[in-house]
Design a protein around this ligand. Structure first.
Ligand code: 5GP
Length: 209
């Protein structure tokens, strides 16, 4: 029966430097879930240790632009000089298989998904304060000061957009944030509109007995 049910699309988003990637990894390390991560495509060069096909699919600007023309992305955005996008076919394939698909994307992309889909769950990951955001971007140590400043400016503009999301999770502590997201996913499954058909099936069986 599970195979016929469409999976849940979960969009984790928020400003760069908020720790989305770390929280997402902690979420996937938790036991007893059926989550699938949607690997994004980007034109940003790989950072040290990043693996093609795992962290991102790293492609050229030309290849990315071709895919935009072919409508191959569920969403895409330009972020600090590079393209980032979610390959549509993979997400669709997994959702059809009944999987829970997690996107970890920046705010503009999340808002595009919001416009296109009616049943995804949107979680805004917020920093406990502005200083922690700055410290995290500095600590990453992979970007020039100018890029860090651009990321900070963008983050400032993105905070007010949190109200467009279904949930806000403050990343005060990574494991707490991951726990809260897992609780949200479980609660979403129990929502009446998602589970009423199962309940109706149960009622039918009980009535037949
Ligand atoms: P980074 O360069 O630090 O890996 O990512 C920069 C920003 O792009 C982060 O906020 C990250 O979540 C976001 N991002 C990663 N993949 C995607 C994607 O497929 N679409 C969009 N819109 N943003 C993405």
């Amino acid at each position: 029966m599970k195979l016929n049910e469409r999976g849940l699309l979960i969009v984790l988003s928020g400003p760069s430097g908020v720790g989305k990637g770390t929280v997402r990894k902690a979420l996937f390390e938790m036991e007893g879930h059926d989550l699938v991560y949607s690997t994004s495509m980007t034109t940003r060069p790989p950072r040290e240790g990043e693996v093609d096909g795992v962290d991102y699919y790293f492609v050229s600007k030309e290849e990315f632009e071709d895919r935009i023309k072919n409508d191959a992305f569920l969403e895409w955005a330009q972020f600090v000089g590079h393209y980032y996008g979610t390959p549509r076919d993979k997400v669709e394939e997994q959702l059809k298989l009944g999987k829970e698909v997690v996107l970890e994307i920046e705010v503009q992309g999340a808002l595009q998904v919001r416009e296109k889909t009616s049943d995804a769950v949107f979680v805004f990951i917020a920093p406990p304060n502005k200083e922690s955001l700055y410290r995290r971007l500095l600590r990453r140590g992979t970007e020039a000061n100018e890029v860090i400043q651009k990321r900070m400016d963008k983050a400032q503009r993105e905070f007010p957009l949190a109200h467009k999301y279904d949930y806000i999770v403050v990343n005060d502590e990574v494991t707490n944030a991951a726990d809260r997201i897992m609780a949200i996913i479980r609660a979403e499954h129990a929502k009446t509109e998602r589970s009423i058909h199962k309940y109706n099936q149960l009622l039918e069986v009980l009535e037949d007995e």
